[in-house]
Write a protein that binds this ligand. Structure first.
Ligand code: MN
Length: 293
C-alpha cells in the first residue's frame, strides 16, 4: 500500500473488489482528471471521473473473458484542474510521466477532451517515440483554436498532430472546413461516421507506416447518444457499444497499446445506467489490452 498520497475523495477503481495497490505493482494506472473549462454546450464533464469510479464498484472482476484486474489497478491522485489551462495541461503531463516512469499504462478518465493533449505531451516528454493516436469522436477537434483558446476541447487533436504525431479518426460526423484542411495538411487518416456506422465497420487496418505504439482516445460522444446521452455535445449517428469495443480490439491486435482514455463523460443525475456503462467500458478496454499484450 502506498501512503504517500492524499486519500481520494471517491472510491478507487473497483474498490469493492480489489485493494488499492502500490503504483509500482499495478499495470493499469487510472488517472482521474475532472477538467472542465472550455466546454461549449452541455456541462458536467468535471463529474465524469467521480461517477465512473463510484460506478466501478458495481463491476464484476470477471469481464466475460478474463480478469483484467489480475494485472493490478492503481488509481492515482486526482489531477488538480484549477488555474490556467496551460498549467493544467502540464499537471496532466506530469501525472502521465509518473505512470510511465513506473513503466505502467495510463488509463485516463476525463474531463473534457483537452485533457488528451496533456497526456500525449507526457508521452512525448518521457521520450516515447513512434507513437500514434487513434481517436473515436463525433468531432474532429482539429480547429487551431476555439474561442481564442488553443487548449479548447475543439483543438485537442490539432495540438497533437502539429507535434508530428500521426492520427487516425473514427466516427467523426461534425466538422468545419478548417478541420478538413488540417486533415489534408497533416495526412490524418479517417473513417467518418457516415461510413463506419451505416457500413457496420467493426475493424480497421492501420497503414503500414502507422506507429507501433498507439494511444487510444475515446470521446464518449463518438458513440451514439442512444448509448451515451451523458455527454456535453451529443451528435446522432454514432458508434454502438460492440462496434466501439471491436474497433478498439482491432487496433490492439495490430499495435502496442500504450494507454487509453475516456473523455467527455458527463453524468446525468438520476440516470446511473450511464455511469455504470462508462465504468464497464473502461474495464472492458482493460480486458482487451490484457488479452492482446
Ligand atoms: Mn472530442
Amino acid at each position: 500500500m502506498t501512503t504517500s498520497h492524499q486519500p481520494l475523495p471517491y472510491p478507487h477503481f473497483l474498490q469493492s473488489e480489489i485493494e488499492q495497490g502500490a503504483p509500482e505493482d499495478a499495470f493499469f494506472h487510472v488517472i482521474p482528471v475532472p477538467y472542465e473549462d472550455s466546454v461549449s454546450y452541455g456541462g458536467g464533464t468535471c463529474f465524469g471521473p467521480s461517477a465512473i469510479l463510484t460506478a466501478s464498484e458495481q463491476l464484476e472482476v470477471w469481464d466475460g473473458k478474463s480478469k483484467p484486474a489480475d494485472l493490478g489497478i492503481y488509481t492515482a491522485p486526482v489531477v488538480d484542474c484549477f488555474g490556467e489551462p496551460k498549467d493544467v495541461i502540464e499537471r496532466i503531463a506530469d501525472a502521465t510521466k509518473a505512470t510511465l516512469a513506473h513503466k505502467k499504462m495510463p488509463v485516463v478518465l476525463g474531463g473534457e477532451h483537452s485533457v488528451t493533449w496533456g497526456v500525449i505531451k507526457g508521452f512525448l516528454d518521457s521520450g516515447m517515440k513512434d507513437i500514434g493516436v487513434v481517436q473515436i469522436d463525433a468531432h474532429a477537434d482539429l480547429r487551431h483554436a476555439y474561442e481564442d483558446n488553443i487548449y479548447s476541447h475543439a483543438s485537442v487533436m490539432k495540438r497533437i498532430v502539429e507535434q508530428g504525431v500521426p492520427l487516425y479518426q473514427l466516427g467523426i460526423r461534425a466538422y468545419c472546413e478548417e478541420e478538413m484542411e488540417t486533415r489534408k495538411e497533416f495526412g490524418v487518416h479517417h473513417i467518418d461516421g457516415d461510413d463506419i456506422v451505416p457500413n457496420n465497420i467493426q475493424s480497421i487496418t492501420l497503414p503500414d507506416d502507422f506507429p507501433k505504439n498507439v494511444f487510444f482516445t475515446l470521446d464518449i460522444d463518438g458513440m451514439d447518444p442512444s448509448v451515451f446521452p451523458s455527454t456535453g455535445t451529443p451528435v446522432p449517428g454514432g458508434l454502438g457499444w460492440y462496434q466501439t469495443l471491436n474497433l478498439f480490439e482491432s487496433v490492439a491486435k495490430q499495435r502496442n497499446i500504450v494507454g487509453f482514455d475516456i473523455m467527455e463523460f458527463a453524468p446525468i443525475n438520476g440516470f446511473h445506467a450511464y455511469d455504470f456503462a462508462a465504468a464497464l467500458l473502461t474495464y472492458k478496454m482493460m480486458g482487451i489490452v490484457e488479452r492482446n499484450q
